[in-house]
Design a protein around this ligand. Structure first.
Ligand code: NAD
Length: 349
């Protein structure tokens, strides 16, 4: 399948393929929309089965960034990058410098940061060769640094909003929460949930990440294949996307799905499947915007950590509105969020 007739193409403004023979770098950058500002979104480094899978992932992720940035009220359009990792080959500074040169060649149409498989350190190498990068080491109390604690904070407050809407609960105390994936976001989310008195169930395919989390908080470990179907109140997906499908949804026992992973729904119709089962779904790009809020504050400057905290706090209000609207209209939450995002982008055009 080509790019233009790809099922996820959805009017992308541009898609760029990059190859650097010296470092073996293969990357795709997709810019979905620059209506609200430069296309901004992190870089995912992942082992894909083939180029086609990488293209599908980057297209879905960059459209999600357009929606996420619009709903979060940021001066960013939507874009995303994927680096096609070569098996177990380690990352290198040279690879990220080569990637930075490619980002630079787009002259600011695309602003990058870290996502799955990339770290603040990797972004430092990118910064050596381009200014179009954020998510760099923090200086003092200015906004900056690893975005994932902010993503986790937004998710935690979003879970509180969902618990209020679905159970009439005033906090997450005593709720059973299953966290799928305890990497950057999942780890910080587990800490916040534990401090607030939730009971944790966790899974990860990476044993080291699991150990780091279990050293920090008490939690019951669930095998990865069973986590989605655990007998819990809340399911918090914090690994990869495409997990809520016509096959998995009928077996889910949680009454709330609210977590940091991007593209949790396999198709928009899965949002209706969840609503029909009375499972309250927090649209992923609304609840997980904390990280990009921090990235934007760092990129545009003049913001403190306190400004970011206040802005991340608004995620909860946005979710409350979507949940109330869904209750009133009987429409699925993902549809309401998509409608809002598209209207904001259309107005900017
Ligand atoms: P990460 O790579 O640090 O963590 C992901 C974790 O999920 C890893 O520990 C991995 O081993 C685990 N995992 C993968 N497949 C799994 C499976 N089938 N079952 C259980 N665990 C599995 O990535 P992250 O930065 O924490 O991001 C997690 C998700 O949140 C991603 O979808 C990312 O796009 C999204 N997200 C992250 C941020 C951020 O600030 N980092 C912001 C917005 C959205």
């Amino acid at each position: 399948m080509g790019v233009f007739d790809h099922v996820e193409f959805d009017n992308h403004e541009s898609v760029h393929y990059f190859h650097d023979a010296e470092t073996g770098l293969k990357a795709i950058v997709a810019v979905h929309s620059t209506a609200l500002g430069p296309g901004a979104g992190g870089t995912r480094r992942w082992v894909y089965n083939n180029d086609e899978d990488a293209l599908t992932d980057v297209l879905r992720l960059s459209r999600g960034m357009t929606y996420k940035n619009a709903v979060a009220g940021l001066k960013f359009g939507g874009g995303k990058a994927v680096i096609l990792a070569n098996g177990d080959a380690p990352k290198s500074p040279e690879l990220f410098r080569a990637f930075g040169q490619f980002v630079n060649s787009l002259s600011g149409r695309y602003i990058t940061a870290e996502d799955v498989g990339c770290s603040v350190d990797d972004m430092r190498y990118v910064r050596e060769v381009t200014e179009f990068v954020s998510g760099l080491p923090q200086s003092g109390t200015d906004a900056g640094g690893d975005p994932s604690p902010w993503t986790a904070l937004g998710c935690f407050q979003g879970i509180e909003a969902a618990a209020a809407a679905r159970f009439g609960a005033s906090s997450v105390k005593g709720l059973r929460v299953a966290v799928q994936g305890v990497g950057h976001v999942g780890y910080y989310l587990c800490k916040l949930l534990h401090e607030a008195g939730a009971e944790l169930f966790v899974s990860d395919v990476n044993k080291e990440h699991l150990k780091i989390t279990l050293d920090a908080v008490p939690a019951t470990v669930v095998p990865p294949k069973d986590l989605l179907f655990a007998d819990v109140d809340v399911l918090a997906p914090c690994a990869l996307g495409n997990i809520l499908t016509s096959t998995t949804i009928p077996k889910i026992k949680a009454k709330i799905i609210a977590g940091g992973a991007n593209n949790q729904l396999s198709t928009p119709a899965d949002g209706m499947r969840l609503a029909e089962r009375d499972i309250l779904y927090a649209p992923d790009y609304v609840i997980n915007a904390g990280g990009i809020i921090n990235v934007a504050a760092e990129y545009y400057g003049n913001s403190s950590e306190d400004d970011v905290r206040a802005d991340v706090g608004r995620i909860k209000d946005r979710l409350k509105n979507i949940f109330a609207q869904a209750k009133e209209t009987g429409r699925p939450t993902n549809e309401l969020a998509d409608e809002l995002a598209r209207s904001l982008v259309a107005a900017a055009r």
